[in-house]
Design a protein around this ligand. Structure first.
Ligand SMILES: NC(=O)c1ccc[n+]([C@@H]2O[C@H](COP(=O)([O-])OP(=O)(O)OC[C@H]3O[C@@H](n4cnc5c(N)ncnc54)[C@H](O)[C@@H]3O)[C@@H](O)[C@H]2O)c1
Ligand SMILES: [Zn+2]
Length: 370
């Protein structure tokens, strides 16, 4: 399979996304995007033993330092972020340094944020190694860390030099993590690509079996969707908010259960179903549409219900700190019709409560219990 190249079109900050096999070993490709001689690779204690050696072999000729973070969403905070700054300063790395994020979305968000802040901004490269990070978090320049009171609340926009998605790295990912990535793939179908949703319905078994062709296609089409939306609205003044389908509910689950209990993609899967449920109550999509989404999420090995501990009250209080709250008004990404998302505040509090109650009451299908 040959390498695919896409472009995130952002004027003079445009950058390429490369998707293909064995890209970690493609020294020429990687070094082409490093301007200076100094490199700091940021990884974690799970990914580094698997892929650091291959990456280092591709960085020969550069002055390379590494920093290995602890693994987990619960370490995506300012304290752990400081380890990156300690290394940058301790090793006397200059403004010419290029940071390379080698890992999933947690490493990518943290390394990207460190690059945005260090000496007011240095270059960085994303080498995402989870399906979720290859289809979503590595593209678009959102970086940051969590705060105890809200996910991704401390951060910056900072675009990478390039994104290098080596599909071979997905071979070592566990099934649960793969499914979590599929949730974000499904998301693109629901936002504005109904034919992609149908493709996923037909190919979900292949994706879960890690068929290289199916994975490469899903990553490419997801990145195309994301790149288009980011190009149209880099700073989320409008259409980019649609990428948060399922995320307001999902973030509440992640924060409410403690970071790491529910995987991000699992929480988003439940959240998308809650958004679909509310859209149905508004009369925008049919019960059959909701069932179709429920079926695909279920077949993907993802939970379809929120944990019991997430009561209506818990949801409401956690959702009130969401970034999409404006002037005290909660706005949600809903489905205007099947395959077309819209940011809306035209739902009543009562209707929202019906959705919240419906989704935490039935817990039998949840794969993770509290
Ligand atoms: N910046 C954005 O636009 C954006 C978008 C979506 C999600 N996110 C963020 O991304 C994070 C979730 O990313 P994630 O799902 O990649 O989680 P993650 O980074 O925690 O990775 C999941 C797990 O897989 C391990 N892992 C990574 N690559 C592996 C590999 N190749 N083989 C074996 N194990 C591997 C990790 O060490 C970790 O244990 C969340 O913090 C979320 O907020 C950011
Ligand atoms: Zn997400």
């Amino acid at each position: 399979m040959e390498m695919k190249t896409l472009t995130v079109d952002l004027g003079d900050r445009s950058y390429p996304i490369f998707i293909g096999q064995n890209l970690l070993l493609n020294s020429e490709l990687i070094q082409r995007h490093i301007a200076g001689t100094e490199v700091l690779v940021v990884s974690n204690e799970t990914v580094a033993p698997l892929y650091m050696e291959a990456l280092l072999s591709s960085l020969q000729g550069k002055r390379v330092e590494t920093v290995i973070l602890p693994d987990g969403e619960c370490y995506k905070n300012l304290e752990v972020l400081n380890q990156i700054f300690d290394t940058l300063l301790g090793k006397h790395l200059s403004r010419k340094v290029t940071l390379i994020a080698l890992g999933g979305g947690v490493v990518g968000d943290m390394a990207g944020f460190a690059a945005a802040c260090y000496q007011r901004g240095v270059a960085f490269i994303q080498i995402p190694t989870t399906l979720l990070s290859q289809v979503d978090s590595s593209v678009g320049g959102k970086t940051g860390v969590n705060h105890p009171q809200g996910k991704n609340m401390i951060g910056a926009f900072h675009q990478p030099q390039c994104v290098i998605a080596d599909t071979n790295t997905l071979d070592t990912l566990d099934d649960k993590q793969l499914s979590a990535g599929v949730a974000e793939v499904i998301k693109y179908g629901l936002i504005n690509d109904e034919s992609f949703f149908a493709w996923i319905e037909s190919n979900i078994e292949k994706l879960l079996a890690r068929d290289p062709g199916a994975l490469a296609y899903a990553i490419e089409r997801s990145c195309q969707n994301k790149a288009q939306i980011v190009s149209d609205d880099e700073r989320e003044g409008g259409v980019r908010a649609l990428l948060n389908l399922g995320h307001t509910f999902g973030h509440a689950i992640e924060t409410g259960m403690g970071y790491g209990e529910y995987l991000h993609g699992e929480a988003v899967a439940v959240g998308m179903l809650m958004a679909a449920d509310l859209s149905m109550r508004l009369g925008w999509i049919s019960e059959r549409d909701v069932q179709r989404i429920d079926d695909l999420i279920d077949r993907s090995g993802l939970p379809t219900r929120a944990p019991l501990a997430m009561t209506r009250e818990r949801f409401l209080s956690l959702m009130s700190v969401d970034k999409k709250v404006q002037d005290g008004q909660l706005r949600l990404v809903l489905m205007r019709r099947f395959g077309e998302a819209i940011l809306s505040e035209s739902f009543s509090h009562d209707l929202l409560c019906e959705t919240l109650d419906a989704h935490h009451a039935v817990s039998s299908k949840a794969s993770v219990t509290s």
